[in-house]
Design a protein around this ligand. Structure first.
Ligand code: DGL
Length: 270
C-alpha cells in the first residue's frame, strides 16, 4: 500500500478528539481516519505526567499497529506532556495541538490579551503560555483550568443549565481581563463552545485547537505528500476502551453522521 493511501490515526482520552476528526473530515474528505478514544481512563487532565505519558504511548502504539501514516494527538493534555516522546518513538509524523492553537491565537489577538483554558495538566505545565510568550514576549496571558468541562462534554450536556452555571464560575474572571482571544486548550471544550461563547461574550474570539491542527496538516509541505490523492476505500474506524454505546450516540450527534464501526478494545491489551 502506498503511504498516502494509509489511514490517519487520531487519539484522545475520550470524545474530545472528535472535534479534530470533524474538521479533518470536512477539510480532507479523501482521508480514512482511525480514531481511538481511551474512554475507560478519561479524564487524563488530572493525572501525573508519568501516567499521561504511559497512556499516550499505549494509545499511539495501538494506532501504529493499525498501520497509520501519521498520528494526530487530538488531546492537549498529551500534547503538552508527551509530544516529544511520541515524535522520537515513531517514524511517522506526530502532530500535536499546542503549536497550531498558539499560532492561530497569535494571528487573532489585537489587544494582546489572551485567555487559555485547559485541563489541570495543560495549565500546570504552562504549555500554551510558554509557547505564546516564546513567540511574542509582548502578551498578557491568563490561564485557567476548567476540569469539569470534560465530563460535561462526555455527558453531552451542551446546553444544560448546570453547564452554564459551571462556565460562569470558571470564566467570569476573564471578563475583567479584557481578553479578545480565548484558546480552548482542550479538545473537549469546542463541544461546549456555545455556552463558553455566551459566558465570555460575543466579542471574544474562541480558538479551537482542532481547527488549527487540521489547517497545519493541509498546509505543511512535508505532510502534503502523505495525503491521499484519491478517495481511499473503506470507512473510518472508531475504537474505544469502554462501552461504545454512549460514545456512538454523542459522536453521531456531534459529527452529524452515523458511524458504523465502533469497536471496544480491552484496555489491558493496550
Ligand atoms: N481532550 C483532552 C485535552 O485536549 C483531555 C481531557 C481529559 O482527559 O482530561 O486535553
Amino acid at each position: 500500500m502506498l503511504n498516502s493511501e494509509k489511514p490517519i490515526g487520531v487519539f484522545d482520552s475520550g470524545i474530545g478528539g472528535l472535534t479534530v476528526v470533524k474538521k479533518l473530515q470536512a477539510s480532507l474528505p479523501n482521508e480514512r481516519i482511525i480514531y481511538f478514544g481511551d474512554t475507560a481512563r478519561v479524564p487524563y487532565g488530572a493525572k501525573s505526567n508519568d501516567t499521561i505519558t504511559e497512556y499516550a504511548i499505549q494509545d499511539a502504539d495501538f494506532l501504529i499497529n493499525k498501520n497509520v501514516k501519521m498520528i494526530i494527538v487530538a488531546c492537549n493534555t498529551v500534547s503538552s506532556v508527551a509530544l516529544n516522546i511520541l515524535q522520537e518513538r515513531y517514524n511517522v509524523p506526530v502532530i500535536g495541538m499546542i503549536e497550531p492553537g498558539t499560532d492561530l491565537a497569535l494571528s487573532s489577538t489585537e489587544n494582546k490579551n489572551i485567555g487559555v483554558i485547559g485541563t489541570y495538566s495543560t495549565i500546570r505545565n504552562k504549555a500554551y503560555s510558554k509557547m505564546l510568550t516564546a513567540k511574542n514576549s509582548d502578551l498578557n496571558v491568563f490561564e485557567k483550568a476548567c476540569p469539569l468541562f470534560v465530563p460535561l462534554a462526555e455527558e453531552g450536556w451542551t446546553d444544560h443549565k448546570a453547564t452554564y452555571l459551571i462556565a460562569r464560575e470558571y470564566l467570569s474572571e476573564f471578563r475583567e481581563k479584557n481578553i479578545d482571544t480565548l484558546i480552548l486548550g482542550c479538545t473537549h471544550y469546542p463541544i461546549l463552545s456555545n455556552v463558553i461563547q455566551e459566558v465570555v461574550g460575543e466579542d471574544v474570539k474562541l480558538i479551537d485547537s482542532g481547527t488549527a491542527a487540521a489547517a497545519t496538516i493541509e498546509k505543511h509541505p512535508e505532510l502534503e505528500e502523505l495525503l491521499s490523492k484519491k478517495i481511499v476505500s473503506g470507512n473510518h474506524e472508531y475504537y474505544v476502551s469502554d462501552l461504545p454505546v454512549k460514545f456512538k450516540t454523542i459522536a453521531e450527534r456531534f459529527l452529524g453522521r452515523t458511524i458504523e464501526n465502533v469497536e471496544k478494545i480491552d484496555p489491558e491489551q493496550l
